[in-house]
Design a protein around this ligand. Structure first.
Ligand code: UT7
Length: 324
């Protein structure tokens, strides 16, 4: 018995922005983007596609798949770094939109790791009280948080949302374990300022605006090493080996990061879900979108050991394992 996924859902904005179009916006080439990142295109929000709106649609689809009514939810958690408002949280907008009238709701800021940190929270709540139903969403509209003149970042990110509903099952399956870590001393490798302070004493001398800033090459190196360590630590703790893993759903940041990671771990390419070409890096939304696609395509089967791994600003990183 354990904490299981009762249903998944996702939502992507309509508008597709191709690498070729980016060539006309910033000093880059479609071929550079394709070969250095694996990204072919990404989705960009339009009117009525705010973070909370994408999140609410993904949430409704997850509830439909779980055959649950929103009123049955006890908790709504949204992992995001691109809320359209500082307050209230995106989770409160989602709660209101879907009618989760019996839930409490809050956001979780762990950048790209937001969904997996939320999964861990859901597991802890459900283990404490088996009657609880928890909705975890990863949602971003990062197109509004990019400097479109900065080719180091604007070519990488995309918008979207993914969601999963968690609850208890008496069956012999569910979340096996999680292994997370953060290192705030490395924050300068990947960050985004908020609005500038109205208190002159608290103004930041180096406020570069509310855009994503990144030391890409450094982040790349840390990402591969840190995720490898998390996966190995998690498997040791669960007394499992790489051979026990049936499927891997990694954070979709860069095809080269994914390939490097699975090669170091000795995991065959055929066991890895990759959709970075279609959506780019959707931060907290990347894993739940990939999970929803893998689930709906039927590539993960009941009883499979499914491994997730993530890395993002903070720095935050880690791995989770579910017996599906
Ligand atoms: O979600 C978690 C957080 N983010 C990540 O995981 C991203 C991690 N990092 C990466 O994915 C990669 O480091 C990038 C895709 C960001 C960059 O790829 P790279 O192979 O590490 O390139 P680089 O930064 O070492 O730059 C190589 C060259 C540089 O030119 P010089 O100095 O060699 O002349 C860059 O100026 O590529 C240049 N460059 C570009 N050229 C064309 C950087 N960005 C671009 C661009 N188009 N968009």
């Amino acid at each position: 018995m354990g904490t299981v996924v009762l249903g998944t859902g996702s939502c992507l904005p309509e508008r597709i922005l191709t690498n070729e179009e980016l060539e006309t916006i910033v000093d880059t080439s479609a071929e550079w983007i394709r070969s250095r990142t694996g990204i072919e295109q990404r989705r960009v929000s339009g009117r009525d596609e705010q973070t909370w709106q994408l999140a609410a649609t993904a949430a409704r689809r997850a509830l439909d798949a779980a055959a649950l009514d929103a009123a049955e939810l006890d908790l709504v958690v949204v992992g995001t770094i691109s809320s359209h408002m500082q307050m209230p949280s995106t989770a409160c907008f989602v709660q209101n939109e879907i009618g989760a009238v019996n839930a409490f709701a809050y956001d979780l800021n762990a950048a790209c790791s937001g969904f997996l940190y939320g999964l861990d929270l859901a597991d802890k709540y459900v283990r404490a009280d088996a009657s609880l139903k928890v909705l975890v969403v990863g949602a971003e509209a990062l197109s509004g948080r990019l400097n479109w003149q900065d080719r180091n970042t604007c070519i990488l990110f995309g918008d979207g949302a993914g969601a999963a509903v968690f609850g208890h099952s008496e069956e012999d399956r569910g979340i096996v374990g999680c292994n997370f870590k953060s290192d705030g001393s490395l924050w300068k490798l990947l960050y985004m300022h908020g609005a500038e302070s109205t208190n002159p004493e608290l103004r930041l001398a180096d406020n570069s605006g509310p855009f994503i800033c990144m030391e890409g090459r450094e982040v790349f190196k840390y990402a591969v090493r840190a995720m490898e360590e998390s996966v190995r630590g998690l498997l040791d703790r669960c007394r499992l080996t790489i051979a026990d893993i049936d499927y891997v759903i990694p954070h979709q940041a860069n095809i080269r990061i994914i390939n490097n990671l699975v090669e170091r771990l000795g995991i065959p390419q055929g066991k890895v879900f990759i959709n970075v070409a279609k959506y780019g890096n959707t931060s907290a939304a990347s894993i739940p979108i990939a999970l929803d696609e893998a689930n709906r395509q039927g590539v993960i089967a009941r009883g499979d050991k499914v491994l997730f791994c993530t890395f993002g600003g903070g720095l935050t990183w880690g791995a989770s394992l579910i017996t599906w």
